[in-house]
Design a protein around this ligand. Structure first.
Ligand code: SF4
Ligand code: SF4
Length: 256
């Protein structure tokens, strides 16, 4: 009897026993059935429930609509001109989104639109409870797609040892202290009578926002605070960037 025959004889029936073992284990274990809709189980962050739109990020580049294999994304908009900001400046044109709709009766949830959007305007939400009795009601407009943004889950944490995206923070700029006030010269006893004061030019109105250097300091501070709280680096970077923008515009917000 050669070696191969000996091995076959020694392992004969082990596969059958393994299979029977698995069957027995399932026969005696409890079935875990989620009693939907009374119970709703937590879905993983990458569940493909529905596509949500972050409208302010959409530039109407039409990439998603062109790449969609089902042609079920409808985008309409128009251009608006902004007046030149000063003499010698040019007027600028920008796109205004009038309509962004997805027909979920046609969508096959391939995710191509989410992948190709270069401006992070489309996200997967795990929400799946949007069934309709009428198929024509499955075309959802941008207002509804924007509502689903509130259900988008934060990205899952990185695997152990994985490197997060590199954060390119602007180099901190040293803010110089204001120059010390120079005391006025002591009046001389033989001084001539003071000349009438010249009308000083009006000081420019203070800007409501912060300077670039101060906004960069706000961005660094908020990023470090978020990282100290244990936020995901991508979330921390987004919050730091938003805080810096708010600081430059002079508007209030969390962390800014
Ligand atoms: S998921 Fe696929 S089919 Fe659905 S809208 Fe996006 S690209 Fe089109
Ligand atoms: S690819 Fe993104 S930015 Fe371009 S139209 Fe689609 S959603 Fe808007």
């Amino acid at each position: 009897m050669n070696d191969e025959s000996k091995l076959k004889k020694a392992t004969f029936g082990t596969g059958l026993l393994k299979g029977l073992g698995i069957t027995m284990r399932h026969m005696v274990s409890h079935a875990v059935t989620v009693q939907y809709p009374d119970e709703i189980s937590a879905l993983p962050a990458r569940s493909r429930g529905v596509i949500a739109l972050k409208e302010e990020n959409c530039t109407m580049c039409m990439l998603c609509a062109r790449e969609c294999p089902d042609w079920c994304i409808y985008i309409e908009g128009h251009k608006e001109r902004t007046e030149p900001k000063g003499e010698g400046k040019r007027a600028k044109a920008h796109n205004v989104l009038d309509r962004f709709a997805i027909d979920y009766a046609l969508c096959m949830y391939c995710g191509i639109c989410v992948e190709v959007c270069p401006y992070d305007a489309l996200f997967w939400s795990p929400d799946f409870e949007y069934a309709e009795g009428d198929i024509t009601q499955l075309t959802h407009e941008k207002e509804k797609l924007a509502e689903w943004m509130y259900t988008v889950l934060p990205p899952p944490p990185l695997d152990d040892g994985a490197q997060g995206p590199e954060l390119k923070l602007p180099a901190p700029v040293a803010v110089e202290p204001p120059p010390a006030a120079v005391p006025p010269p002591a009046p001389s006893p033989a001084a001539a009578p003071p000349a009438p004061a010249a009308t000083a030019p009006a000081a420019p109105a203070p800007s409501s926002g912060l300077s670039d250097a101060e906004a960069a300091a706000v961005r660094t501070r908020v990023y470090q605070e978020e990282m100290a709280k244990g936020s995901d680096p991508r979330v921390a970077e987004g919050r730091a960037k938003a805080a810096a923008l708010r600081a430059r515009k002079g508007t209030k917000g969390p962390g800014g």
